[in-house]
Design a protein around this ligand. Structure first.
Ligand code: 13P
Length: 252
């Protein structure tokens, strides 16, 4: 179902105390100022998930993980399964982030398996795609994103696609302070809907939530979110400060 979403991806940041203060500040804001035109998702590191879901149980935001294991269960030392996340009331999971692709070897095949695991446990994948700077400069960025989407999602049913959120995150914009312009974001989001139309249906193309990520902050969120095919943002650095994150969740 298509809706406005702002999701905070904390990545590997914050001590436990900082994490607790940040979620508490956001929950206190939402208690006084409910946001009715956007869904808010906080994606902390694994070990803060339980604390975060405890706070979210009494608040308006939902909780997502940043990764999960491609396998069901068993001898996979250090991994966390989709079922374990579901048991903690985690409703979303970022899958296929470019940092996982780059530093941890997440291939299109592994990403597709992780999406299956999430869906099996009723966890909505926030599937990330996006081209590198070299790919943008070479002019083949649309093909790159098309391949990423088709490899990860093309085998899903229409019902399954209903639970998938796509985040377009150009790698050159992540953590660089160099966001895509609203026009660049719009061009790619519209193109992603064309890919969905080709592979699925007009309904899925129109009804899928597509977020923009990459140096999105309090200063540029409003203009980016105002683009017709942009449904919100996946926010990294700017989700680590309560004040700035609050300005972003109220930018619709
Ligand atoms: P920044 O907002 O820090 O650029 O990170 C974006 C991102 O990777 C969100 O997943």
């Amino acid at each position: 179902m298509r809706r406005n979403i702002v999701a905070g991806n904390w990545k590997m940041n914050n001590s436990f105390d900082e994490a607790e203060e940040l979620v508490t500040d956001i929950a206190e804001y939402l208690e006084k100022n409910p946001v009715d035109d956007a869904e808010i998702i906080i994606c902390p590191p694994f070990i803060y998930l339980e604390m975060t879901t405890d706070v979210s149980a009494e608040s308006q935001f939902a909780v997502g993980a940043q990764n999960l294991c491609a396998y069901d269960k068993g001898a996979y030392t250090g991994e966390i399964s989709a079922a374990m996340l579901a048991g903690l009331d985690v409703e979303y999971c970022i899958i296929g982030h470019s940092e996982r692709r780059k530093y941890f070897g997440d291939t299109d095949e592994i990403i597709a398996a992780k999406i299956q695991q999430a869906l099996k446990e009723n966890i909505s994948p926030i599937f990330c795609c996006g081209e590198s700077l070299a790919e943008r400069e070479a002019g083949n960025y649309k093909e790159v994103v098309q391949t990423q989407i088709e490899e990860a999602l093309a085998n899903l049913s229409a019902d399954e696609m209903d639970n998938v959120i796509i985040a377009y995150e150009p790698v050159w914009a992540i953590g660089t302070g160099l966001n895509a312009t609203p026009a660049q974001a719009q061009e790619m989001h519209a193109y992603i809907r064309e890919i969905l139309l080709e592979n699925f249906s007009i309904a899925i193309a129109n009804n899928t939530t597509i977020l923009y990520g990459g140096s999105c902050n309090a200063g540029n969120a409003k203009e980016i979110f105002a683009q017709p095919d942009v449904d919100g943002g996946l926010i990294g650095g700017a989700s680590l400060k309560a004040n700035e994150f609050i300005q972003i969740i109220t930018a619709f």
